[in-house]
Design a protein around this ligand. Structure first.
Ligand SMILES: *Cc1c(COP(=O)(O)O)cnc(C)c1O
Length: 441
C-alpha cells in the first residue's frame, strides 16, 4: 500500500501528470482509437467499470434481434444444426483460445465462472489424490474473490480436504508438500495486483501440486500464456473485459494432457460422448465437451460472440500487446493525475505501481467515504465501483476504476480525475444522498 502523498513527498513519483491538451494529443495519436466506435456508450459518460460489466458493443442488439427472429423464429429446432447452436461452446472457445495462450479445442464457453470452478477443482483434486495422495490441502489467497473461496470450501468438504487461505505475501511459505492444489485469481479483483502465472505454476508443480487459475479479471485485459506458463486448469468470465453482456457465459480451459483424465462431476447430457444416442448411462465426450453440463443459453452466447468480435477488430492494430500497452498507459496516466490533483485527501493507492504487477484497474482506498465518493462520481457520469473492506478493517474500503483500452481514451482519464478532484476538494461526497446504500455496488 502506498500513500499517494508519500509518493509526492519522496520526490520520486514515477508517474507524470499529464495536461488535458497532452491527453487529447495522445488520443489523436492512439492507433486503437477507432475501436471506441464499436461500442454504444451513453453520451458524456466515462465508463470505468468494464472490469465489472463490459460495455455494450454496437452490433449486439441487431445480432440478437436476428438470432431471435430468424434463427429461433424461423429456424426453430433446426437452428441447432443450421445455425451451429449446438457447437457454439466450442466455436466461441476456439475464438477465445488465442487470447488465453491456449490452442484450438482447449477452451469451452459455458455456464458461470463459479460452476466451472466447481468442475475444475473437483477434477484437480481427484488428479492430485492419484498423483500425490498425502497432499490434501487446497491453498489460496485470503483476498481471493469470495465465490472462488466459497466453491473451494464446498469441494474441499466433499473430498475431505482442507482449504487454507493465506495473505498473498505468505503464499510462498505455505506452498508446502501438504498442498495438492494451488488456486489463484490471476488479477486480484480488489487491488488489481497481478500474480506471475509462470512463476507460481512452477512453484506449485515443484511441490507436486496442481495450479488452477481464475482469469475473471485477466481475459481480454492482460496477455495470457496458459500453456507456456504451465497452468493446469483455468476458468474465467465473459461479462467483464470480454463485453459479453450481463450474465454472459463463462469459460473453462484444461491443459490438453489432463482432458482425458478429467471426470468432472456435473455429468449432464451435453457432456456425454453422444448426447443424442440417449443411452441410459453416462460416458464423457472425448475432448473439452465433457466440461459441458446441460443446454446453453443461445442468446447469451450470441451476445458474447459480439464481444469477441470487438477484440478481433483489434488484431490488425496490434491485438493484445497493443491493448496491454494502452491499458498500462491509461492506468499510469490515472495514477499520475490522482497523485498530482487529489493529494491531501488521504487516498491510498492499493494497486501496484510496478506495471508488470498490475492488471487493467486502479484501486484507491480511503479511511472514510469511499462509497459516497463513488456515488458522487457516478452522478457526474464517471462510473467506477465500490468494494467494502472487512469489518475488522484489515482491508479498507476501496474505489475501483477499470480501464478498458478498447473504448477509453486519455481525455476520459483526465476528466475522470478532474471530477474526483472536485468531489474531494469541495467535499461534494459528504451530501447525504451519496450515503444511501444500493444492493449492487
Ligand atoms: C467476477 C468474478 C467471478 C464471477 O463468477 P460468476 O459465477 O460468473 O458470477 C468469479 N471469480 C472472480 C475472481 C471474479 O472476479
Amino acid at each position: 500500500m502506498q500513500a499517494l502523498e508519500d509518493d509526492l513527498d519522496d520526490g520520486d513519483a514515477p508517474h507524470m501528470s499529464l495536461s488535458l491538451q497532452t491527453c487529447q494529443q495522445m488520443d489523436l495519436q492512439d492507433p486503437l482509437r477507432p475501436l471506441r466506435d464499436l461500442f454504444d456508450l451513453p453520451p458524456g459518460m466515462i465508463y470505468l467499470d468494464g472490469n465489472s460489466l463490459g460495455a455494450l458493443p454496437r452490433a449486439t442488439a441487431a445480432r440478437l434481434q436476428a438470432v431471435i427472429q430468424h434463427e429461433w423464429g424461423v429456424g426453430l429446432i433446426r437452428s441447432y444444426n443450421t445455425a451451429q447452436w449446438f457447437d457454439q461452446p466450442h466455436i466461441l472457445g476456439d475464438r477465445l483460445a488465442p487470447w488465453l495462450g491456449a490452442g484450438a479445442g482447449e477452451v469451452l464457453v459455458t455456464d458461470t465462472t463459479s460452476v466451472n470452478l466447481f468442475k475444475v477443482l473437483s477434477v484437480a483434486m481427484a488428479m492430485a489424490a492419484q498423483n500425490s495422495p498425502g497432499q490434501r490441502v487446497l491453498l489460496s489467497e485470503v483476498g481471493n474473490f469470495p465465490t472462488d473461496l466459497y466453491m473451494a470450501e464446498s469441494v474441499c468438504a466433499q473430498h475431505g480436504w482442507q482449504l487454507r487461505c493465506v495473505q498473498a505475501a505468505e503464499l510462498d511459505a505455505h506452498l508446502s508438500d501438504e498442498v495438492g492444489v494451488l488456486m489463484l485469481t490471476h488479477v486480484n479483483y480488489r487491488t488489481g495486483a497481478l500474480w506471475d502465472m509462470g512463476h507460481w505454476s512452477a512453484k506449485a508443480h515443484a511441490v507436486g501440486a496442481m495450479a488452477v487459475w481464475d482469469l475473471a479479471h485477466s481475459a481480454g485485459a492482460v496477455p495470457l500464456a496458459l500453456k507456456a506458463d504451465g497452468a493446469d486448469f483455468a476458468v474465467g468470465c465473459g461479462y467483464k473485459y470480454l463485453n459479453g453482456g450481463p450474465g454472459a457465459p463463462a469459460f473453462v480451459w484444461a491443459h490438453p494432457d489432463h482432458v482425458h483424465h478429467a471426470k468432472q462431476p456435473l455429468t449432464g447430457w451435453w457432456g456425454h460422448a453422444q448426447p443424442f444416442a440417449f443411452t441410459p448411462s453416462y460416458e464423457p465426450a472425448t475432448g473439452m465437451g465433457r466440461f459441458l453440463c446441460g443446454s446453453q443459453s443461445v442468446l447469451a452466447m450470441a451476445a458474447l460472440a459480439c464481444g469477441l468480435d470487438t477484440f478481433e477488430r483489434s488484431l490488425p492494430l496490434g491485438g493484445m500487446s497493443a491493448l496491454r500497452q494502452k491499458s498500462l498507459a491509461l492506468t499510469d496516466a490515472f495514477i499520475g493525475l490522482v497523485q498530482t490533483h487529489c493529494a491531501g485527501h488521504g487516498l491510498v493507492l492499493e494497486t501496484p505501481l510496478n506495471p508488470q504487477q498490475r492488471g487493467s484497474q486502479v484501486s484507491l482506498s480511503t479511511q472514510a467515504g469511499a462509497y459516497a465518493m463513488v456515488q458522487a462520481l457516478i452522478e457526474r457520469g464517471v462510473v467506477g465501483d465500490f468494494r467494502a473492506g472487512d469489518p475488522g478493517r484489515s482491508e479498507p474500503d476501496i474505489m475501483r476504476f477499470g480501464f478498458t483500452p478498447l473504448y477509453l481514451g486519455f481525455e476520459d482519464v483526465w476528466r475522470a480525475v478532474d471530477h474526483l478532484r472536485q468531489v474531494l476538494d469541495a467535499g461534494i461526497w459528504r451530501a447525504p444522498r451519496f450515503a444511501i446504500p444500493h444492493p449492487v455496488t
